[in-house]
Design a protein around this ligand. Structure first.
Ligand SMILES: Cc1cc2nc3c(=O)[nH]c(=O)nc-3n(C[C@H](O)[C@H](O)[C@H](O)COP(=O)(O)OP(=O)(O)OC[C@H]3O[C@@H](n4cnc5c(N)ncnc54)[C@H](O)[C@@H]3O)c2cc1C
Length: 392
């Protein structure tokens, strides 16, 4: 079967789950996000309201939260999950509460994630759990380790705590047979995160993928790191879990490098990033016997290239080691059309209490204003579908 290059233009499939009112609401939301000034004002107001404990949760819930999140509880998520399942779309769950710093918070996050693994183990369409290691351990400790600084006794104890939590989490993932996708974070803490993930992959990824690392292809050293990781997994006789992303912290990375006077780890141009991302997809598909691949991108070009390569290499569409993922609330034209063609398409689905997920949502809105083209693409697809429905 040959893939039509305009498969992601099919808005009827993309928005089949959305009623007319949902489309209009999404249009207002993306219209707001297309305006940098409004987003920055909205973010400041939201932070202000949260700091004063003003009752803003219902407004958030009705607007951004419902659009980008699965629900406050697993029960609420079930509705979203089963709606997606009806279209052949799975989910990667993410406990959306961020920026915690105390040992008690880390333990809470660990327990929430273990609950999520138990829930996921009972729901086939949940294909995995996404999490940040900075949700269970201190950012500052990872930074010190990467710098090669000597840790104080307390910091050593803190780091032992993170490792224990991660061990527990991976053991729960194995017990429930649900993969854990570990996010890639800032380059100045990434080495210790990679080491921790490598150790757990070597321990658990035998015959299946329980632990998966993330490769940010906006970094100019990550294609090589991916190659090394593939070889390391082969030599160690375990499967590599490889989630490919472009990367979410471009501005922050560049600013830090400039402020501190070291060369930026980020590619100079988007073109170079795209080249490495696409080369990584190709490399992973060529090594699919030795790894699990998650293509986590909202780029139509990269997703199209991936499915064309799958066809060219005679790999089946629903190959159990290949997963696609887009954020819930975005890129529906990609996810639902991939699912229609039989690919393992998923949504990255954050959940959690409305007020605690607000920082995630603010970041999402700010990212949307900084990712040129993405918001306007969402708007044009929504307009196309609204027009199509009116004409019918
Ligand atoms: C399921 C899922 C999981 C994710 N997990 C992670 C994660 O673990 N860690 C993480 O960092 N991000 C993660 N992300 C976020 C991801 O990195 C961004 O969504 C992604 O960068 C947006 O790129 P894109 O592939 O969707 O496509 P595009 O819209 O084609 O690319 C935009 C991206 O290209 C890069 N870029 C843009 N302009 C330039 C430029 N001038 N120079 C260099 N680079 C440029 C930036 O990375 C920018 O975000 C995840 C996303 C998804 C969907």
């Amino acid at each position: 079967m040959s893939i039509s290059p305009d498969i992601f233009e099919n808005t009827e499939v993309a928005f089949a789950n959305k009623g007319n009112a949902d489309l209009q609401k999404a249009k207002v939301l993306f219209g707001f996000m297309a305006n940098n000034g409004l987003v920055s004002m909205g973010s400041s107001l939201a932070n202000f309201a949260l700091a004063l404990h003003l009752p803003v949760a219902p407004i958030f819930r009705w607007t951004v939260y419902n659009h980008f999140c699965g629900g406050e509880t697993f029960n609420e998520c079930k509705r979203t999950i089963s709606k997606l399942d009806n279209s052949g779309v799975g989910v990667l769950l993410n406990y959306g509460v961020e920026l915690k710093e105390t040992e008690k918070d880390f333990d809470t996050t660990l327990n929430k994630n273990i609950e999520a693994l138990e829930f996921s183990g009972k729901h086939q369409t949940v294909k995995g759990l996404c999490l940040k290691l900075t949700g269970i351990g201190q950012h500052a400790i990872f930074e010190k380790i990467q710098k090669g600084d000597i840790l104080s006794a307390e910091e050593k104890k803190g780091f032992e705590g993170v490792k224990k939590r991660f061990e527990k989490l991976c053991a729960a993932a194995a017990k429930n047979n649900v993969p854990v996708y570990v996010d890639a974070e800032e380059s100045w803490i990434q080495d210790p995160l990679d080491n921790m993930v490598d150790q757990m992959m070597a321990k658990y990824n035998h015959g299946k993928c329980i632990v998966c690392n993330t490769f940010q292809l906006y970094r100019h050293d990550r294609l090589d790191f991916l190659k090394t990781s593939i070889e390391k997994a082969k030599a160690g006789n375990y499967l590599l879990g490889a989630k490919l992303v472009r990367g979410a912290y471009m501005e922050k990375e560049r600013k830090r490098a400039k402020d501190m006077g070291y060369p930026s780890p980020i590619h100079k141009s988007k073109k170079e990033v795209d080249k490495d991302f696409n080369a990584s997809v190709n490399l992973c598909l060529d090594n699919i016997e030795n790894l699990y691949l998650c293509i986590a991108s909202q780029s139509e070009e990269s997703n199209l290239l991936a499915i064309e390569l799958v066809e060219k290499k005679n790999i089946t569409h629903n190959h159990q080691r290949i997963l696609f993922s887009q954020l819930y609330g975005m890129g529906d034209n990609i996810t639902f059309n991939l699912a229609r063609l039989g690919f393992n398409a998923t949504k990255y689905l954050p959940y959690g209490p409305v007020t605690e997920v607000i920082p995630y949502l603010i970041r999402r809105a700010e990212e949307n204003t900084s990712v040129a083209g993405q918001t306007s693409r969402e708007l044009s697809l929504l307009n196309k579908e609204i027009k199509r429905r009116r004409a019918n």
